[in-house]
Design a binder for this molecule. Structure first.
Ligand SMILES: O=C(O)CCC(=O)C(=O)O
Length: 292
């Protein structure tokens, strides 16, 4: 969808709305059970500091800036206001942008894992680190990558590049999980609890590029009468908002299925880079799936 206008956040409406839990990655086990609470709206989510050390994540960022994987690039629309602007682009295909047969999506997933192994060479891969972190957060449940009908694995994550001048309009994830055709197979595996978002910051821009959560939540009844994946700016302009401060190497897992959120305009010379995806509990709640 082509979005016009710009995100405007009224400083007077900045507020402490959500109590996000914060922990160093060494103490994640103390928060076992928090993702169940998050998927059932009893907690907004958790910030895990230092999933990778600052040197490690700087090295990953450097590798990514030197060697952008063109074969995995998916552009995400141009700004109507500024068509010369380099668009937000992802490495890897998100399920919401896939065709319902998932063929291209599943091919991207294979290529993404190959690239990711190179990107994190000599370090634990992001997928391994995410799995271990989730295993510590959801015991005794299993942590699974969904498999399509023919056994092919879904993509674990995508890498998101937000060039200076771009921003992410307000959106949330539950509608795409519950409604869109490309999620049909995933819906046979997962339950009705909210979809969670997870991402790790790889590169923090000079300024801006901040995740913002609004005091506005998705309602199932929204789905019938409007596009509730992405909102027009006018729908959040009078809302209170809360910025989330992340450093490179920090992971956030939050109820992005229900809480409307956006990313403020990236300022300066450097792009914002993140890697992440989504989480959903299985139908019998004995496992959590990660995918993008
Ligand atoms: O990767 C990012 O920074 C954007 C994350 C996001 O908006 C989402 O997961 O819904």
């Amino acid at each position: 969808m082509m979005q016009t206008g710009r995100l405007h956040l009224d400083p007077a409406r900045e507020d402490h709305i959500f109590d996000l839990v914060e922990t160093d990655c060494s103490y994640v086990d103390k928060y076992a059970g928090i993702l169940d609470a998050t998927a059932h709206q009893q907690c907004p989510g958790i910030v895990v500091r230092g999933l990778y050390g600052s040197r490690q994540i700087a090295e990953v960022n450097e590798r990514l800036s030197r060697n952008e994987p063109r074969h995995l690039r998916v552009a995400h629309g141009r700004s109507a206001d500024n068509p010369d602007q380099e668009p937000v682009h992802y490495f890897g295909l998100n399920l919401v942008n896939a065709k319902p047969d998932l063929n291209a999506y599943l091919d991207f997933a294979v290529r993404f894992r190959v690239f990711s192994a190179e990107l994190f060479e000599s370090l634990p891969t992001f997928e391994a680190v995410i799995r271990q972190t989730l295993e510590r957060l959801v015991p005794p449940r299993r942590v699974l990558s969904p498999r399509f009908e023919d056994d092919r694995l879904y993509g674990p994550a995508t890498i998101r590049i937000f060039p200076p001048g771009t921003e992410v309009p307000p959106h949330c994830g539950n509608t795409m999980l519950r409604e869109t055709a490309q999620y049909a197979h995933l819906r046979t595996l997962v339950g009705r609890a909210d979809q969670l978002s997870y991402f790790m910051l790889i590169n923090k821009p000079d300024s801006g590029g901040q995740l913002v959560l609004y005091d506005l939540v998705w309602q199932a009844s929204n789905m019938q009468n409007r596009d509730s994946v992405r909102l027009d700016y006018s729908e959040v302009v009078n809302r209170r908002w809360q910025p989330v401060r992340l450093s490179a190497g920090d992971l956030i897992i939050f109820n992005g299925g229900r809480i409307y959120h956006s990313v403020t305009r990236i300022e300066g010379k450097q792009p914002r880079r993140t890697i992440g995806g989504f989480l959903s509990f299985s139908r019998d709640a004995s496992a959590i799936y990660y995918y993008s």
